[in-house]
Design a protein around this ligand. Structure first.
Ligand code: NAD
Length: 510
């Protein structure tokens, strides 16, 4: 069933789809164009966080499997079967790949929902369309992003060639398993590299199918490999590998710092990091419309269960509108997201990804209470859903920026409202964080809006909206949110390197 037709699916259709997918789960690693067991025979369970049930026992890759996958990727790269494929042909493979993702959307969507608890409506309405857009955008770059011929003296021709890097190691998180992986593999493959992907161990299912579809689309064996396994084992081995030219990592800041160390300890590989965030939204008293601002506030922190790197988790509200803002948030935000069965297309909030994430988020909420923030709603586990890793959407007000809930990335549905007075104080609070991924600014004063956006230390600033964007948008952070930019043309370029070809001409034309 293709993506376009899935909108009409009811709960029972999705249950049948889940049963079909469940009967046909692939648990092995995907190396050199085929599914293989892990060399050491190790396994780990992947659980459905909505029910706590084991979905499958997965092959756990170790350093030996990473070696095997990198060797296959290196062979494929050096053979030129992909890296030197005619640009238009490589483009056609990626377009077919995107078409196949659409055609097999049912299976991909249901695996994603079972594995990490994301509402099925989000997977088919947002994640999978974005996966296809990413593949197509990066495919288009293949014959649009050129090298250069520079202006030199008459007896020289100087060309700047743009070449792929080699084997790219991609390490991805679980919050958007297919999309975050695609933000890496699409530009890497488009630019002619070969890839070894290590998905997050909490969500190992869907990317195996992605690799299979690439092969079916005409991608040569060995070009796109997937090795599931633990981060400290398989991920570390990939980041330390001497034959990996670049590690593209999305995940926590803590692990991002380790990846930089591994690169330094091994071969000085390129490192692209997309890490955590604690993004502020700045609601100035002169904002254009309180209703849309408040809606952006709760959507920005409750969507995807708050498991979003760019979640607007610090809501900075200017004092003249502070009470109105909170009242409206309570009135409209309390029931905007209702935890429930993620396979039901009417559900907009699933469980957190694991029971330990649920416990971590509940502990953060307790810290908020202990440190004196005012809990307006939520903070607990929804009644009747105790089997899963659910947490109710939660609103804290009267937060100050020194509290744990304002400093640490919660990665759950917890909003913190912080009052302020004036532009100087809001900038002070907004920038007082180790992170710098995103920010929102709400004002009807265009000058104030520009001044604020220029002085905010963040890679993305939205004005009078939140989470907008398209494929042209560089997505990435300042400070400890990382150094990479996904999605845009610069992302494609970051999987290439330039070669200067300086050609001395002998004699003159006569
Ligand atoms: P994580 O850092 O725990 O894990 C991310 C990946 O790194 C996983 O595949 C994991 O197996 C691997 N890993 C863990 N330890 C490793 C090690 N020692 N060596 C190599 N690899 C290792 O993060 P997570 O919990 O999966 O994801 C949540 C985090 O990701 C949040 O901090 C979130 O903000 C961030 N994130 C950032 C972006 C962005 O674009 N900036 C997007 C999504 C998520």
């Amino acid at each position: 069933m293709s993506l376009a037709n899935l909108e009409s699916y009811q709960r029972t259709d999705w249950q049948q789809a889940a049963d079909r997918a469940g009967a046909n789960i692939e648990t092995r690693l995907f190396i050199d164009g085929e599914f293989v067991d892990a060399a050491g025979g190790g396994r780990f369970d992947t659980l459905n966080p909505a029910t706590g049930e084991v979905i499958a026992s997965m092959s756990a890759g170790t350093a030996a499997d990473i070696d095997r996958a990198v060797a296959a990727a290196r062979r494929a790269f050096r053979s030129g079967v992909w890296s030197r494929m005619a640009p238009r042909r490589r483009m056609e493979v990626l377009y077919r790949f995107a078409d196949l993702v659409e055609a097999r959307a049912e299976q991909l969507a249901v695996l994603e929902t079972l594995d990490m608890g994301k509402p099925i409506a989000d997977v088919i309405g947002e994640d999978l369309p974005a996966v296809c857009q990413t593949l197509r955008f990066m495919a288009e770059c293949i014959d649009k992003v050129d090298g250069a011929v520079t202006n030199t003296a008459d007896d020289v021709v100087h060309m700047v060639l743009r070449e792929p890097l080699g084997v790219v190691g991609a390490i991805s998180p679980w919050n958007y398993p297919l999309l975050m992986a695609t933000w890496k593999i699409a530009p890497a493959l488009a630019a002619g590299n070969t890839v070894v992907l290590k998905p997050a161990e909490q969500s190992p299912l869907s990317c195996l199918r992605l690799a299979e579809l690439f092969l079916e689309a005409g991608g040569p064996p060995g070009v796109f490999n997937v090795v599931n396994g633990m981060g400290e084992e398989a991920g570390k081995a990939l980041a330390l590998h001497p034959n990996v030219a670049k590690i593209s990592f999305t995940g926590s800041t803590e692990v991002g710092k380790l990846i930089l160390q591994y690169a330094g300890q091994s071969n000085m590989k390129h490192v692209g990091l997309e890490c955590g965030g604690k993004s502020p939204q700045l609601f100035m008293a002169d904002l254009p419309d309180l209703g849309s601002a408040v809606a952006a506030a709760y959507n920005g922190v409750f969507a995807n269960m708050g498991e979003v790197c760019s979640a607007g988790s610090r809501l900075l509200v200017e004092r003249p509108i502070y009470m109105d803002f909170i009242e409206r948030f309570i009135a409209e935000g309390r029931d905007a997201y209702v935890p429930g069965d993620p396979l039901d297309p009417g559900t907009n909030m699933g469980p957190l990804v694991t029971r330990s994430d649920q416990q971590r988020v509940l502990a953060m909420i307790q810290a908020g209470r202990d440190e004196g923030a005012t809990l307006h709603f939520g903070g607990d586990v929804p009644a009747g859903l105790e089997r899963g890793a659910f947490v109710n959407p939660t609103l804290f007000a009267d937060v100050n920026n020194d509290m744990t809930i304002a400093r640490q990335e919660i990665f759950g549905p917890v909003a913190s409202v912080i009052p302020f007075d004036g532009v100087d104080e809001v900038l002070e609070i907004a920038n007082d964080t180790i992170y710098g991924l995103a920010a929102g600014v709400w004002t009807r004063d265009i000058d104030k809006g520009f001044h604020l956006l220029k002085r905010i230390e963040a890679g993305i600033v939205w004005v009078n909206c939140y989470e907008g964007g398209d494929m042209t948008q560089p997505f990435g952070g300042y400070k400890q949110s990382g150094n990479a930019r996904d999605k845009c043309i610069d992302s494609y370029k970051s999987y290439t390197q330039s070669k200067s070809a300086w050609i001395q001409l002998a004699g003159g034309p006569g």
